[in-house]
Design a protein around this ligand. Sequence first.
Ligand SMILES: O=P(O)(O)O[C@H]1O[C@H](CO)[C@@H](O)[C@H]1O
Ligand SMILES: [Mn+2]
Ligand SMILES: [Mn+2]
Length: 397
Amino acid sequence: MSRAFILLLDSFGLGATPDAGKFGDTGANTFGHIAAWAAGQGKPMSLPNLERLGLAAAARQASGEWAEGFALREGFTGAYGAARERSTGKDTQSGHWEIAGVPVEFDWGYFPREVPSFPAELTDRLQELTGIPGYLGNCHASGTEIINRFGDQHVAEGKIIVYTSGDSVMQIAAHEEHFGLERLYAVCEAAFELVKPYNIGRVIARPFLGENGNYRRTSNRHDYAVPPPSPTLLDHVKDAGGEVIGLGKISDIFATRGISRVVKGADNMALFDALLKVGGEAGDGSLTFVNFVDFDQSFGHRRDIAGYSNALHELDARLPEFIAAMKDGDLAVITADHGCDPSWPGSDHTREHIPMIFFGPGLKAQQLPISETFSDIGATLAKHLGVQPTLNGTSLL
Ligand SMILES: O=P(O)(O)O[C@H]1O[C@H](CO)[C@@H](O)[C@H]1O
Ligand SMILES: [Mn+2]
Ligand SMILES: [Mn+2]
């Protein structure tokens, strides 16, 4: 029996890549800066389970130095390394697709750092099609900050909050009750058609609740994403008859391509519960792919170092449950899709190495070379499952 699991910690970077300067990210280091912050608080991080698999050693390989509070230890159990990205962007879709064998070598479109960020011909047409009374924001923004800035006006006037970021994205925020969730989804569907000529990766619905200047986003986020340009590992597994189970936002990121089953979870720990349940059910030849979104959405973009650190400790504490439930023939990898250094200026992602930490019953503990593409992960899992090799990447095991 062969099964594969990808545990993707969204935005968990291990230090800037050689090309980070092109992104203004020289010196960024998601893990390293969280560890330094924790040590500075007099409470160094303690991630014994991730560390035993090789996380700290992989981070050292990527960044050239030990994260504070971590040092050389004996007795690794994982096959650990780090990878650099070949895709031109540092966004979620590029990262995930590249892991699955399809780097994004074309340039995404981006909306400029101007106000308004969105071209009038796009917003005028969207207004015509949907009947909305107008727009608020129309700029680069952090999604939690902008709903508090414009929430009251949105509720009073019915105008939608539109914003973007360093990602190739149009985000639309609206109140679930005053505006209506289904209505927001309908506006996003119309917008998704209209952004196509601009080569935009995603439109994201960002529903929120609350009143009087005090608003919070709900878990009813929905992403409308373009599909990967070529078949990915997910398609190969599904075509070979294996079940492909996408947990969290995986199905959205792949625009449902290659997905057999979708399982949602409100937060990292709910997703971990779901992973354990799915792990008990997944059959021979299956691929289970989970995206732990809180690292990025709740802590990285929010520049919340303490929150990010806490989330890493929470995940580390639960890893033994997953490891204990692994069966002979299972291969899992802990990885990420880009960085989002919570100590870095702004609120965007950071161009960093990602961890590649393989583990499973009988796997030989070893250090892997630094990979020049995230696709080595997909290639490794394709070989493990005995399915068609990914278009890019070389198996590491
Ligand atoms: O600030 P919020 O809305 O969380 O936005 C973040 O989430 C989006 C998708 O990952 C990105 O565009 C990023 O900027
Ligand atoms: Mn991401
Ligand atoms: Mn993000």
